[in-house]
Design a protein around this ligand. Structure first.
Ligand SMILES: Nc1ncnc2c1ncn2[C@@H]1O[C@H](COP(=O)(O)OP(=O)(O)OP(=O)(O)O)[C@@H](O)[C@H]1O
Ligand SMILES: [Mg+2]
Length: 261
């Protein structure tokens, strides 16, 4: 039952879109997926159509006011601004880095996969995600400073591994929101390949306005624009291989073949 944290050093790299789309794809393969929104912005909760009034949310769980079971709504643990408050409260507590890990312990067996959407800072919430996870998946926007962002995120992963979670593994890095017709996207890809080798996924997620549109309409990109959605299907395939989930990978192959008729 792998738990995967999706993170990046900076904002707007496509983390939430990645978690949302992968959650959707893996569920279509019949996997039981828990999506955890670890960002006070609550974008993932929004994308996954959780009502903004829902209660309790992750903030209540981390501050001990609710159990994780109570905070699961349609297999999503949503977040809202209350999570920012919860982060502040946690800050002064012993074992503050372990709160999410402890909370998830109670539901791990109910799911085949847990995906955690991190906020755009490498702070206490992201550290909680790294401590609670088996795998870290980095998202990097195809921009000039992609490399630096990945290196900083790797430093935090290393810290989590040295101190609190020695079993944490690096699943890979996705070059996201890429336009490979431009030189800077190609350069970002090449420099990540040179530095991180096979850790960089072969598939890049192409940049398109269709992502914002599909979010607005609450339609998955794989239905809204199947041509673009193919990127995430390929990402899912690469990830399932890395995770050692051959059965799910085979089902994905069938799913893709079916869609192509
Ligand atoms: N492949 C893509 N091409 C173009 N736009 C994209 C793509 N993926 C996501 N976007 C858009 O970019 C914006 C940021 O995406 P997203 O919310 O997934 O990033 P994030 O890393 O989670 O951001 P934050 O750091 O604020 O949490 C959104 O408007 C989203 O619709
Ligand atoms: Mg986000």
């Amino acid at each position: 039952m792998p738990t995967i944290a999706v993170l990046s050093q900076k904002g707007g790299t496509g983390k939430t879109t990645t978690v949302r789309t992968l959650t959707d794809i893996f569920r279509r393969l019949g996997l039981r997926v828990l999506a955890v929104d670890l960002d006070p912005q609550g974008n993932l909760s929004d994308y996954l159509d959780v009502s903004p009034d829902v209660n309790p949310t992750l903030g209540e769980v981390l501050t001990g006011q609710a159990t994780i079971q109570q905070a699961i709504h349609n297999d999503v643990v949503p977040a809202n601004l209350g999570l920012a408050e919860a982060e502040l409260m946690l800050g002064g507590k012993m074992g503050r880095e372990l709160s999410l890990k402890r909370a998830l312990r109670g539901v791990k067996d109910d799911y085949d996969l847990i995906l955690i959407d991190c906020p755009p800072q490498l702070g206490l919430l992201t550290v909680n995600a790294l401590v609670a996870s088996d795998w870290a998946l980095l998202s990097a926007e195809a921009q000039y400073f992609a490399m630096q962002g990945v290196e900083q995120a790797l430093d935090v992963i290393e810290l989590a591994r040295e101190s609190l979670n020695p079993d944490l593994k690096w699943l890979g890095v996705i070059l996201n929101i890429a336009d490979m017709r431009t030189r800077h996207s190609r350069e970002a890809f090449e420099s990540l390949r040179t530095h991180f080798g096979e850790k960089l996924l072969d598939t890049t997620v192409r940049s398109s306005i269709a992502y914002a549109e599909s979010a607005e309409r609450a339609v998955s990109i794989i239905d809204y624009r199947p041509d673009l959605g193919a990127d995430y299907l390929n990402i899912a395939d690469e990830l399932l291989r890395r995770l050692g989930m051959p059965e799910a990978q085979a089902r994905l192959g069938e799913f893709v073949a079916d869609r192509m008729g």
